[in-house]
Design a protein around this ligand. Structure first.
Ligand SMILES: *[C@@H]1O[C@H](CO)[C@@H](O)[C@H](O)[C@H]1NC(C)=O
Ligand SMILES: *[C@@H]1O[C@H](CO)[C@@H](O)[C@H](O)[C@H]1NC(C)=O
Ligand SMILES: *[C@@H]1O[C@H](CO)[C@@H](O)[C@H](O)[C@H]1NC(C)=O
Length: 222
């Protein structure tokens, strides 16, 4: 049987809280508390997402069995998908669809744009060149498709100082260029246009004080 004296004592102990909740101040306080709870749960979700995506690249490769792997793709920070067969970016006959930021992050390409604060969408006609520059204030994630395209990325672990791969006309590639690394896209297709999206995680204008231009002399001829 409950001791009535104890109930009274507990009510007295709780009464400052109850009184507080009756005041007009209670609503913003409660709201603040729920915002805090939401924040905590989002943080937990975020960190569990990160730990679940911290599997190795080879694990991603084996789960994405249709992911095409070419020599040098690792050094060029690039992953590619065939568009003719069903693949992780082309799940049915409608064609392909991807989120470059999430795809790059989940495949563990290092140093891509964390978000698309600034976006460039463009075409490169046969023989044309874009990039050949180095941004110091943003990471950039590219999606490249449509034609045979050379992608070059500065990489000091490679003897030449850069890694270079050719993306096929029937492939779509996602590549990342971390802040401070140079990149270039060259259309080496005889007839088709290359299309690309460059997604940058900063909207600082890339001008001569934030970027270096004309990095590789051998590319400038085009
Ligand atoms: C670029 O990525 C690095 C880590 O990979 C991060 O620290 C930095 O905030 C990102 N954004 C910019 C604008 O440098
Ligand atoms: C800024 O960077 C984007 C993406 O790399 C590029 O397409 C654009 O031409 C650059 N702008 C200038 C003024 O260099
Ligand atoms: C480049 O852009 C930055 C940021 O807006 C600006 O402070 C700087 O003066 C610009 N530099 C040149 C050379 O235009």
């Amino acid at each position: 049987m409950a001791n009535p004296r104890r109930i009274v004592i507990e009510n007295q102990r709780l009464s400052p809280l109850i009184n507080l909740l009756k005041k007009p101040l209670a609503f913003p306080l409660l709201l603040g508390f729920f915002v805090f709870l939401t924040w905590i749960s989002l943080r937990l979700q975020h960190s569990s997402h990160f730990s679940s995506s911290s599997h190795t690249k080879s694990a991603v490769k084996s789960s994405n069995s249709d992911l095409e792997i070419h020599d040098g793709d690792d050094e060029a920070n690039l992953i590619r998908f065939g568009l003719v067969s069903i693949s992780p970016v082309r799940k049915d006959d409608r064609g392909w669809l991807l989120d470059p930021v999430i795809l790059a992050r989940d495949s563990l390409l290092k140093g891509g744009a964390g978000s698309c604060l600034s976006i460039h969408v463009g075409e490169i006609r046969p023989g044309g060149l874009r990039g050949n520059h180095r941004h110091h204030t943003c990471n950039e994630t590219f999606v490249i498709w449509g034609a045979k395209t050379k992608f070059r990325l500065e990489n000091n672990k490679v003897e030449k100082g850069y890694a270079e791969v050719v993306i096929g006309e029937n492939e779509v590639a996602v590549a990342v260029s971390p802040s401070g690394t140079a990149h270039a896209l060259v259309n080496v297709d005889p007839v088709r246009s290359t299309f690309f999206i460059g997604c940058q995680d900063s909207n600082t204008p890339n001008n001569s004080s934030t970027s270096d231009y004309k990095i590789w002399k051998d590319l400038q001829k085009v």
